[in-house]
Ligand binder design. Structure first.
Ligand code: CTP
Length: 206
């Protein structure tokens, strides 16, 4: 099946999810969304106290093989059972999500542009670029409200792993981007341009 794959990378709290959501709203059922977050490795035998302390911002935290396989399967026209991650448990949940192949696939995640195997599957690579102070503020609010974290744990995690890994792996991956989008989903001009690019692709497919 002919698929058009858009990769959306960028730091934590940069606005990847909002950009992905807006694109999906504008493009509708032609679009499938895969989140790299759902592909965090599972640790069934590790106690919760240890899982909390893992480094979730290093490339090795992700089951990249599985995402590569799933992208290939969607391209072959197969439906996949994508994992679903539970941020409160720091582990993969028992659920899976059935995802059917479509003409356009959006894949988003902090390190989505850092891996060559993933990059080679993308037709358009986007890096969402937002200032670090804005990103950490958004992250604090989100992690406390939605991911069941204490303020103290968010601050400690940010300083010990999130920030150093951002500098080592996420920020350098922006060099692979075709397009840099400041502020993610709030950038109406970038959104319009991307929608037009995808619509052009869809028209040429039919
Ligand atoms: N993470 C965590 N605990 C886990 C697994 C992941 O705190 N058990 C964190 C990682 O530290 C990583 C972040 O989840 O930094 C990745 O999600 P993020 O990019 O912040 O969220 P998105 O909604 O994908 O992106 P955006 O904020 O840009 O919309």
């Amino acid at each position: 099946m002919e698929c058009f794959v858009i990769g959306i990378g960028g730091g934590t709290g940069s606005g990847k999810t909002t950009l992905t959501k807006r694109l999906k709203e504008r493009l509708g059922s032609a679009v499938t969304v895969l989140s790299y977050d759902n592909y965090y490795k599972s640790h069934p035998d590790m106690p919760y106290d240890e899982r909390v302390r893992l480094n979730y911002d290093h490339p090795s935290a992700f089951d990249t093989e599985l995402l590569v396989e799933h992208l290939a399967a969607l391209r072959r026209g197969e439906t996949i059972a994508a994992p679903v991650y539970d941020f409160k448990q720091h582990d993969r949940s028992d659920e899976t999500m059935l995802i059917a192949p479509t003409g356009v696939i959006l894949v988003e995640g902090i390190l989505i542009l850092a891996d060559e195997r993933l990059r080679s599957q993308m037709d358009v690579k986007i890096y969402v670029d937002t200032d670090a102070d804005v990103r950490i503020l958004r992250r604090v609010v989100r992690d406390v409200k939605q991911r069941g974290r204490s303020l103290e744990s968010v601050v400690t995690q940010y300083l010990t792993t999130v920030k150093p890994m951002h500098e080592q792996y996420v920020e350098p991956s922006r060099r692979y981007a075709d397009i840099i989008v400041p502020e993610g989903g709030r950038n109406a001009v970038a959104l319009d341009m991307l929608v037009r690019r995808v619509e052009h692709h869809l028209q040429n497919m039919t």
